[in-house]
Ligand binder design. Structure first.
Ligand code: GLA
Length: 691
């Protein structure tokens, strides 16, 4: 519940450890007051009483760096969160209307001629959710050039540092940290999907470590093009502005009576270091974002790296029998089961089973899989079409294109224009039909190319397909989930090209990366874990040498322990695995099932980062804890340094389930645990239970 000052002009939202406060001045300017440790209303009022600026100069604005949502126009020079154009003018000069505290949500309403702007705030745990709604209450269309979700303001500090997660295909979510300098650092995607290049997340700190110090984090829940700009202003103040769309040149045309609700831009403050910030993000997503997060995800098998496009019913049934024998709980047939899809050149768009490969449809295989005691899943890529498909031959105008221009292909495919209602209806009918025609429990939903010639002839500018594609995707997922509540969904986009809070609120897990090399994965997982929980992070054990990427040879032990840090899957060609390998795999899967509640629901402590050469993570839940540790390469016979554990009770004793040895909590916390890792690519799992 927001706290409100008597004069109705100062508001505080508080979570278990933090507060967020804002204030409306006598001149109706909406000013940021505080984001950090918990404070009282009296503290916020004391902050509100301070003058806006101590310096006066005709070249600086006292509002810059202070406002909650800087609009374009008036005495401001910072990047505007809102930029609106009508036939008559550009910019916004709003006046304050009123506020409303509705449960845990605070709404502040403003108005400019014909435009209603509402700023929304909601505290969930220690995460502040912010978003904005814009409504055209006039009679003429309004052009939203830019409509960000929120602007975050940091307290004055010296030497801010920026953390971000950058990447590319097969190398996603890699953490980098650099000093923030004057000017702006802009990350985003102009590709129509979240993109492999950056996760929509930033963190700012000055001197935090993994377990100590102040960290601010912001993450955007939008699965289309997006932008986050981190600005260090001339007086060193820092603001972070983010929202849908990359450019300032036109997000949406708002017809009379129409509204636009921005995605949520969530933010948190933690004084428990990067690890504490991550745990707060994870707890927030498990509690408020991920559907049915309290249910553990099953161990899956995925056929992609095992059989690529060369699949048949009998061959998949053989794999399924082997998968069931090692303890797999969900069997997923990847690409190649539908239309004329015998390679990546054809078939996308035709969502019926390939009659040569599945003469009686998918049901016989689904029944086999179910008889083996597993759930059955399939791969789809609904937003795409191959020009060589029945769908494209029938509807060449259903794709995104510009009149008279080339239709650029990537992976021999084009993007369907999901802003079109006929396309939406086609996809609904075919996917709903598919899920009704065979007992399907799981859908891996892929998206394998970026937007390029994103046009819609005859639709006025700015064209709505960038925003409406995402809205249509969300609506389709929502509709399918409602009609088929037993079906779980995985978000995939050539690996981790569509991972954000928006898609995570509609899917049960995400495909982290097409890179299944267990060593590279440690870095990818380290970055991923900065924001998202292990509960959604799918990871497969594939073949050695690695076929997808680099030919690296690694033991089954190393591959399993790497993948067991998330939602375990197996993606190797089990028909080639020896009896010994299958037996070993069975033991790892059994072990994973035991530690699964800790991994998927527990608190994560990153004990040592992959860059250190040996690395480890620890999950803690109640009286139990598990450590997963890896050694890349031992040098000079040096033992791996003892690992100091976290999250344990110093006064308690813990029994190691692997060795039966008993350790004092205080000793594990302060002096650490010896691991005995040796050689190259070694790994271990250590379970501890409080006694
Ligand atoms: C993408 C996915 C892979 C696989 C292929 C199938 O690359 O990331 O896991 O599903 O598509 O074509």
């Amino acid at each position: 519940m927001p706290e409100i000052a008597d004069n109705g002009r100062t508001w505080i939202l508080s979570g278990p450890t933090s507060s967020y406060a804002l204030h409306l001045t006598e001149a109706d300017e909406l000013i940021h007051l505080h984001w950090g440790p918990g404070i009282a209303l009296a503290d916020a009022e004391a902050l509100a009483a301070l003058p806006l600026s101590e310096r006066g100069a005709s070249f600086e604005s006292p509002l810059d760096g202070r406002e909650e949502y800087p609009v374009e126009g008036g005495p401001r020079f910072v990047r505007p969160a809102l930029s609106v154009r009508t036939d008559e003018r550009r910019g916004t000069e709003w006046s304050y209307q009123d506020f409303e505290a509705d449960g845990d949500e605070l709404r502040l309403r403003f108005r400019d001629a014909g435009l209603a702007v509402t700023l929304h705030y909601r505290m969930r745990g220690d995460v502040v959710e912010r978003w904005t709604t814009l409504r055209n209450e006039g009679e003429r269309p309004l052009e939203l050039l830019r409509a960000d979700s929120a602007t975050w303001t940091l307290p004055e500090r010296d030497d801010w540092r920026l953390s971000q997660l950058h990447g590319r295909w097969a190398a996603e979510s890699r953490l980098t940290r650099s000093p923030l300098t004057y000017g702006e650092k802009v990350i985003g995607s102009r590709r129509g999907h979240t993109g492999h290049q950056h996760l929509p997340w930033v963190a700012l700190d000055t001197d935090a470590t993994e377990e100590r110090g102040e960290v601010y984090g912001c993450a955007l829940g939008w699965s289309g093009s997006w932008r986050i700009a981190v600005a260090q202003l001339p007086d060193a103040r820092v603001q972070i502005t983010g929202g849908a769309g990359y450019d300032d040149s036109g997000l949406l045309l708002l017809a009379a009576g129409e509204s636009f609700t921005t995605p949520v831009f969530a933010g948190l403050w933690s004084d428990a270091g990067f690890g504490g910030a991550s745990r707060t993000w994870h707890a927030y997503q498990r509690a408020y974002v991920v559907p049915d997060a309290e249910q553990d995800r099953p161990v899956l098998f995925n056929s992609w790296e095992a059989t690529y496009f060369d699949i048949s019913e009998e061959q998949q049934a053989t794999l399924a029998r082997r998968a069931a024998a090692i303890g797999v709980e969900l069997f997923v047939v990847d690409d190649g089961w539908f239309g004329a899809r015998t390679g990546d050149h054809a078939g996308l768009g035709d969502w019926g089973p390939n009659p040569d490969r599945f003469p009686n449809g998918l049901k016989p295989l689904a029944d086999t899989v179910h008889d083996l005691g597993m759930q059955f899943g399939i791969w789809v890529e609904p937003e795409m079409v191959n020009p060589d498909s029945d769908l494209y031959r029938a509807h060449p105008d259903w794709v995104q294109f510009q009149s008279g221009r080339k239709r650029t292909e990537f992976r021999n495919q084009l993007v369907l224009n999901l802003a079109r209602e006929d396309v939406q209806e086609y996809l609904w009918e075919h996917l709903h039909g598919l899920l009704s025609s065979a007992p399907v429990d799981y859908v891996k939903w892929d998206f394998n190319r970026c937007f390029t010639d994103a046009g819609w002839p005859d639709d006025p500018y700015p064209q709505r397909l960038w925003v409406d594609h995402v809205r249509a995707l969300y609506a389709l997922l929502d509709r399918l989930r409602a009609a088929h509540p037993q079906v779980a969904f995985e978000s995939c986009s050539g690996g981790g090209g569509r991972i954000d809070l928006g898609i995570i609120s509609r899917t049960d897990q995400v495909w982290t990366s097409d890179n299944t090399d267990p060593l590279d994965r440690l870095d990818i997982q380290h970055g991923f874990s900065q924001i998202h929980p292990a509960r959604v992070m799918a990871a497969w054990v594939t073949d050695s040498p690695n076929t997808q990427l680099n030919g690296r040879v690694s033991s089954l032990r190393f591959r399993f322990v790497s993948a067991m840090a998330g939602v375990l899957g197996v993606g190797g060609d089990l028909s080639e695995w020896s009896d010994e390998e299958l037996a070993e795999a069975r033991r790892w899967v059994d072990l994973y099932k035991e530690i699964r509640p800790l991994v998927q629901q527990g608190d994560l402590y990153r004990l040592r980062p992959p860059a250190a050469g040996s690395s480890a993570v620890q999950y803690v839940r109640g009286d139990e804890s598990v450590v997963l540790a890896w050694l890349q390469a031992q040098r000079f016979g040096e033992p791996v340094p003892a690992l100091r554990l976290r999250g344990l009770d110093p006064a308690a004793s813990y029994e190691c389930r692997e060795t039966g040895e008993v350790y004092r909590g205080a000793v594990l916390l302060h002096h650490g645990l010896r691991l005995g890792l040796r050689g190259d690519l070694d790994a271990t799992v250590i379970r501890l239970r409080r006694i």
